[in-house]
Design a protein around this ligand. Sequence first.
Ligand code: ATP
Ligand code: MG
Length: 339
Amino acid sequence: MANVYGCDIGTSNMKLFSKERDEVLNEKNIIAIANKDELMAFGDDAFQMYEKAPDYITVSYPVKYGVIADIDNMEKLFENFFRKMTHGKMSGGNDFYIAVPTDITEVEQRAFYELVTNAKVKARNVYIVDKPIADGIGAGIDVTDSKGVMVVNIGADTTEISVMSLGGIVKSKSIKIGGNKLDESIVSGVRRSYNLVIGLKTAENIKKQIGSALQGEETFAKAFGRNIMSGLPVAMDVSSDVVYDSIIDHLRSIVDAVKMTLEITPPELAADIIAYGINITGGTSAIRDLQSFFEMETNLKANIIPNGSESVVNGIRSIISTPSYRKLAHAPKEKTYIG
Ligand SMILES: Nc1ncnc2c1ncn2[C@@H]1O[C@H](COP(=O)(O)OP(=O)(O)OP(=O)(O)O)[C@@H](O)[C@H]1O
Ligand SMILES: [Mg+2]
């Protein structure tokens, strides 16, 4: 029997599911290459080197805004993640179910399919699952029935808002705002408020520690950086107020996009969304007080799905193991040529 794998190839994190092992590998989707073509490290190990590596080592993310931007490195990474997951024991043919964004071009969608068929992972069959569909299933919702479902996936580079019913996508909207934008704005905010230059990794840590969608009681996080005036490395306490001011406009933009999507949602489906609430997934949904913020801004119930970063891959896992969901996976679109 073939082994079956599921994958959600994210901008920040690679999530790979093995049916045989019944486990998910979730690591930073990042690669470190020395002297142009020697693999130094991949995944979480390569992330350790991010923003720290000397010039001869290039540490990079091959996926940008949910699209494969660097095919060669993505293929190397995929093969290495796969080898890690299977502990190097690769048997006969493997079936893959891959989550692909719906709001990108056909050529960009096809690149995900070709990545898996071209990589040395012994792919036999490769099936596509529309990312929002997998996301909804992973959030524990049966998206195949006739009720309207809204899922908002706040990832690293993008936020994808989808309204689904009967196993299909009725309305969707994608904006280029996610955790990475929050990190960048924290870097700028800390620089402005403290004359302190910090790295993106530090900003991400600060965000996880004291970032919040509501301005609560002031707390602090320790940050190491370089003082702009003296040029010297220093440690400073960064206030949650500074972090809040840095990120809140992005969170407002996300809510605005959700409202815009609700405005164009057919009324019968909107009624269901009112009844069941908005489901929020993606790694960035873990930011503190996001539920209250969404509920205040939209006057609708908001459900934060636990372990949101893995919601898409968990959905694929259900699709693989539930016969009635199999129809949600399909073959890739035929190649279309222009001209
Ligand atoms: N506790 C937390 N608080 C705030 N943000 C978090 C937390 N944990 C993870 N994140 C953020 O979640 C993001 C990663 O989420 P996710 O794995 O859903 O992204 P992705 O699927 O790789 O990206 P995309 O969907 O945009 O391609 C990162 O920006 C990370 O900083
Ligand atoms: Mg994602």
